[in-house]
Design a protein around this ligand. Structure first.
Ligand code: SF4
Length: 384
């Protein structure tokens, strides 16, 4: 995956949710109309796809990810129509093309999962977050623990590969609760878990409550203990901790996310979507679409922001993304993308990090050992 510059992923953003969760700062808004514009949104996405056709020439499609928002609120027929046109827009596609749809337990039935499979979807990522009613209530989610388990069971029955999102660091969450949730997910047939710490984002309801001193939050030590608990439980299951927040048995890793962490090209479609394509060594263009779904539908607005990445920015981004993974950052690939030696100008910092055990050089790779992942942000910052 992601070895050749023409390999390309597509991210499709579906910008609506049934209700805004109090901790979420994603580009998403609650549904305000009686009926979602299922077909109109697909039409708008296909207009954007047509407008980007010249960028897709000669590229190979390796993965498609429908994220959000809550794409499981979208009519499966509209999603399948969009997927079929995306596949047609590429000259070639990988034999193991991965097509993932993010789903919420409150809006996924077994029938929906079957229709998504028929439409070409081969992976679901379910926003379970927890299997405990108490923690789900705190997170303001629309589902309870038994609904989450039912949705996962239905997904596993219909779709070859199922991932679950799991959140940790809710007030009062114990190590045992987290470990038991992980065991139960594996027993339900889930073969990939993204485990994220609850973070308090400024522009959210939790952010306001926190500023007002009305939200209990876990301490740094509690987060660290829960992070280590999760890592131990997954290791006990024989799964690999292949990225700071992601675990899977060998071969079940998210190909879409690996492509992104390896610095692969990706096209973003939809309101608020982000894309980034290389234009020769040392230059990449990143864009972000207007986040307003209404303007996206009405005014056909595409890019709200564009940014050109030069050689050093490409190296910094490769460090930031690549060092999140167990395999680390590939030096020769980064050199080819950036057009410069990624170690130039930071040899002293790299040597210092290696001496202190924060960084390991494995032939053509630099990586941070798992035992230092809790300090990852600081380690990467020191290399910039
Ligand atoms: S369902 Fe997901 S994307 Fe939507 S508001 Fe909640 S956390 Fe955010």
């Amino acid at each position: 995956m992601s070895r050749r510059p023409t390999e390309t992923s597509v991210y499709v953003h579906f910008p609506w949710c049934a209700r805004k969760c109090p901790y979420c700062d994603f580009a998403t808004e609650p549904i305000r109309t009686p009926e979602l514009p299922h077909e109109a949104y697909a039409d708008a996405l296909l207009r954007e796809l047509d407008a980007r056709a010249h960028d897709l020439r000669g590229r190979t499609l390796v993965s498609v990810f429908f994220g959000g928002g809550t794409p499981s609120l979208w009519a499966p027929s509209s999603l399948a129509r969009t997927l079929a046109r995306i596949r047609d827009a590429f000259e070639r596609e990988a034999d193991d093309l991965e097509v993932t749809v993010e789903c919420n337990p409150s809006s996924l039935s077994r029938d929906d999962a079957a229709r998504l499979r028929e439409g070409g979807v081969n992976r679901l990522s379910i926003g379970a977050q927890s299997l405990r009613d108490r923690h789900l209530r705190f997170l303001g989610r629309l589902h309870d623990g038994s609904r989450a388990a039912d949705a996962l069971t239905d997904a596993v029955a219909e779709i070859p590969r199922v991932s679950a999102d799991l959140m940790f660091g809710m007030p009062g969450q114990t190590k045992t609760e987290l470990a038991e949730d992980i065991t139960q997910l594996a027993e339900l047939g889930v073969r990939h878990v993204s485990a994220y710490a609850l973070t308090i984002e400024e522009k959210t309801m939790f952010g306001s409550l926190h500023r007002a001193g009305k939200l209990p939050v876990a301490s740094e030590e509690e987060y660290a203990t829960l992070f280590e608990t999760a890592a131990e439980r997954f290791a006990g299951l024989g799964w690999t901790h292949y990225e700071v927040s992601n675990y899977a048995p060998a071969g079940e890793e998210s190909r879409h996310n690996l492509h992104y962490w390896r610095g692969g090209a990706y096209v973003g479609l939809g309101a608020g979507a982000v894309g980034c394509l290389d234009h020769g060594p040392g230059r990449a263009e990143r864009w972000r679409n207007d986040p307003s779904p209404q303007r996206y539908l009405r005014e056909r607005t595409l890019e709200a922001e564009t940014e050109t990445l030069g050689p050093n920015e490409i190296v910094c981004e490769s460090l930031m993304l690549g060092l999140r993974t167990r395999e680390g950052m590939c030096l020769s690939r980064t050199r080819r993308r950036a057009g410069i030696d990624p170690e130039a100008g930071r040899t002293r910092e790299i040597e210092r990090a290696i001496q202190s055990g924060n960084l390991v050089r494995d032939e053509d790779r630099l990586r941070v050992p798992e035992s230092r992942w809790l300090k990852l942000d600081g380690i990467v910052r020191d290399l910039f």
